[in-house]
Design a protein around this ligand. Structure first.
Ligand SMILES: [Zn+2]
Length: 360
């Protein structure tokens, strides 16, 4: 065996794994087995509103408070007569909410005069807030639009609107309530109050994927942080020793999932005793880290690690670094939702499998 081969063999032995692409390249390796991701309807919209569908009982409570006209339209698929709706000529700046559940549905900047006699909008407030279904009633084939949260009938959408969408969302005034800009926004119409957490647990593909599955997680995004350069690229991080860790930014709803549950999931996902590597991926960018957004997070993370170290759960000391979060630089688009896009698995474990976790 040549000296080079001896060194290589010793390295493989010390690394504790079989040679793989990750051993020879700072770029990440991956397996090709399919992931266990399932199609889920998002619980939060792009604008950060809770859009978990209401139960029948919840809808009935809200519907009981409606005027007879609003009830007929939203619950019985009614249509108000043209040129009669109270919001047809409304030109004030503000937001149009669902009359039943308060979800923001349309905004004044998207309103236009269609001449049809019904309030018309070329785009919704948020695509995620509107459900479209084929309506074959009255001998016509139309696309019905409903509130994504409470299923209230709102009106229809037609392909004859102005640019940029070319669509005309034709609404019943009675399905909407208007909140003028500057007026107080009702609780049910506000986006959820969120918090942010940052974790590094090796290759960010799988870490992002599993955090995204947490019940109460609004978004998980792959990126780079805690390094020495600004706006690093994947190649910079792999080959230029920039000091960044592959990290995931988790935006969550603290009313539905706690920071403690996220930290617990983080430790279940990966092996926190590995130093500057996770599985086949080797390099300081694959180190384990918790980057605290607040002092409270930092204190919690450190005490959690102290408790874990004292518990004897792990054979070796926990290598996870706890630091105050520096700037998070989002990774390139092709790294986002990588597991969903490719069906490839990654090194991390599903942390949401036991009954005490926040699994959906
Ligand atoms: Zn609604």
């Amino acid at each position: 065996m040549t000296p080079l081969l001896l060194v290589l063999a010793a390295f493989i032995f010390l690394a504790g794994g079989l040679p793989s692409r990750g051993l020879f390249s700072p770029e990440k390796s991956m397996s090709s087995s399919p992931s266990s991701s399932t199609d889920r309807k998002p619980a939060y919209s792009k604008s950060g509103h809770n859009i978990v569908p209401l139960t029948t009982a919840e809808r009935e409570v809200l519907a009981a408070k409606l005027t007879p006209e609003a009830f007929q339209i939203t619950q019985k698929e009614g249509t108000e007569r043209p040129f009669c709706g109270t919001l047809l000529d409304n030109k004030k700046n503000g937001t149009y909410m669902c009359v039943v559940c308060g979800l923001p549905l349309f905004a004044s900047q998207h309103k236009f005069d269609s001449g049809t006699g019904w309030p018309s909008f070329f785009s919704p407030y948020d695509d995620d807030h509107i459900t479209r279904t084929v309506d074959r009633s009255h001998g016509m084939t139309r696309t019905e639009i409903s509130c994504a949260r409470c299923d209230a009938h709102l009106g229809h959408v037609f392909p004859d609107g102005p640019p940029p969408s070319g669509e005309r969302h034709c609404l019943n005034s009675a399905a909407l309530t208007f909140v003028e800009e500057g007026d107080p926004i009702p609780e049910a119409s506000r986006p959820v109050k969120t918090e942010t957490a940052y974790f590094a647990a090796g290759c960010f593909w799988g870490v992002e994927h599993w955090f995204q599955q947490g019940d109460g997680v609004i978004s998980a995004e792959s990126g780079y942080m805690q390094g020495r350069t600004k706006n690093p690229t994947y190649k910079d991080v792999c080959y230029s020793d920039t000091g960044h860790a592959e990290a995931v930014k988790v935006v969550f709803d603290p009313a539905r999932i706690s920071y403690a549950q996220l930290v617990e999931a983080f430790f279940k996902m990966h092996d926190p005793t590995q130093v500057d590597r996770q599985g086949p991926d080797i390099g300081s960018q694959y180190r384990s880290g918790i980057y605290a957004a607040t002092e409270a997070q930092k204190t919690f993370a450190q005490s959690y690690i102290d408790t874990l170290n004292a518990s004897g759960t792990y054979q070796r000391p926990i290598a996870t670094e706890v630091e105050s979060a520096k700037v998070f630089y989002p990774a390139e688009d092709y790294h986002q939702d990588y597991i969903e896009k490719t069906g490839r698995a990654c090194h991390v474990q599903n942390p949401w499998t036991d009954s005490t976790s926040a699994a959906r």
